[in-house]
Design a protein around this ligand. Structure first.
Ligand code: BYC
Length: 307
């Protein structure tokens, strides 16, 4: 078959909702886009373990500690499914780790913010996992089979994470004045960075158009951000708290809430490595990789011995 025929077959599959599988022909740029997005997603899951892990040893009760441990372990699992999905595109795990450690690959901006109080664990679950679900449920219908299938399980687990976060905040919101204030403070600090998770506005997003055409992405960054705002405005009422945006207002024409201007300068600074915790996060990951060398060596030596 000629490249034109392969290309026609690829386009037909995408338009007929037939998944593209690892051994299928695919355009180079489709492969590159998937490697970029899936590996960055995997890195986000691993780096995403760090802010919450900060609270495992200080969780207020044994039950909270067990739940948080399970959640953080789930994130490691998500990273592993995603690295495996990316490996089917002809990149090795070592190459992906190298890209993370050298700063060549990004991970989600949100994990460069600090977790100052226990309420931050609730805010991460409610807002960060909530934003992740909004972004990731459509990825279960992504055109690349291994990514789409991996996302199904990830989304089920994220859904549990979101509920545990909301429940942490709900408990604090019914507590004493100090606990209520802690709850509101965490919402105030995590709200705007959560909106940035969806990526730059559509008119500044270089990748969205092509990714939509290939059905890797099903919604634009702004569409998903709007859906998230609409949902959160209702949920925050249950908490008896407020979102830190005086411009939130129902817009009957668009059947959604208008919201204030996002500080995109802050977003781009975080992407450049200048967020509050960028250096710390990357150093922690690099140290974990170096400290793990002996176990990788031992596993390789054992494998060579038995094979
Ligand atoms: N942070 O053209 P755009 C989680 C980059 S993990 C950093 O719109 P695209 C969780 C973007 O990569 C959450 N970088 O790109 C884990 C691109 O740069 P490059 C992670 C960002 O790919 C533990 C440039 O900006 N979720 O849920 O079409 C605990 C231009 O952007 C960000 C995923 O990764 C950002 N926020 O759209 C709890 C989901 N936004 O690569 C929770 C999968 C944009 O060209 N990924 N950039 O140098 C996606 O859906 C898409 O990649 C994005 C961006 C919507 C994030």
């Amino acid at each position: 078959m000629t490249t034109t025929n392969f290309s026609l077959q690829f386009n037909n599959k995408v338009s007929n909702e037939i998944k593209i599988e690892p051994k299928d022909w695919m355009p180079d740029d489709y492969r590159k886009t998937l490697i970029r997005q899936i590996s960055q997603h995997a890195h986000s899951e691993l780096v995403g373990m760090l802010p919450e892990a900060n609270w495992i040893s200080r969780a207020p009760t044994l039950k909270r500690k067990a739940i948080l441990l399970a959640k953080v372990q789930d994130e490691a699992g998500h990273g592993l499914y995603l690295y495996s999905a990316a490996e089917t595109l002809n990149i090795t795990r070592e190459e992906m780790y190298d890209q993370l450690h050298s700063g060549a690959a990004k991970y989600s901006s949100i994990f460069n913010y600090p977790t100052l109080t226990w309420a931050d664990v609730g805010a991460i679950g409610w807002l960060v996992d909530g934003a992740a679900i909004m972004n990731q449920v459509p990825l279960c219908r992504s055109s690349y089979g291994p990514y789409a299938r991996g996302m199904v399980r990830i989304c089920k687990e994220e859904s549990f994470h979101q509920r545990q976060g909301f429940e942490v905040l709900l408990t604090l919101s019914k507590g004493n004045d100090y606990q209520k204030a802690m709850c509101q403070d965490a919402i105030n600090r995590w709200w705007w960075p959560s909106l940035m998770m969806f990526g730059p506005p559509d008119d500044q997003s270089p990748n969205t158009l092509k990714s939509m055409e290939w059905k890797i992405k099903r919604f634009t960054n702004d569409e998903l951000r709007q859906k998230f705002v609409n949902v959160c405005v209702e949920q925050v009422k249950v908490l008896g708290m407020t979102l830190p945006d005086k411009d939130l207002k129902w817009n009957e024409d668009k059947k959604g809430y208008d919201f204030g201007t996002i500080n995109w300068d802050e977003f781009y600074q975080v992407l450049k490595g200048n967020g509050p915790c960028n250096t710390e996060r990357l150093e922690t990951r690099k140290k974990a990789w170096e400290d793990g060398k002996w176990i990788r060596d031992a596993a390789t030596a054992y494998q060579q011995k038995v094979s």
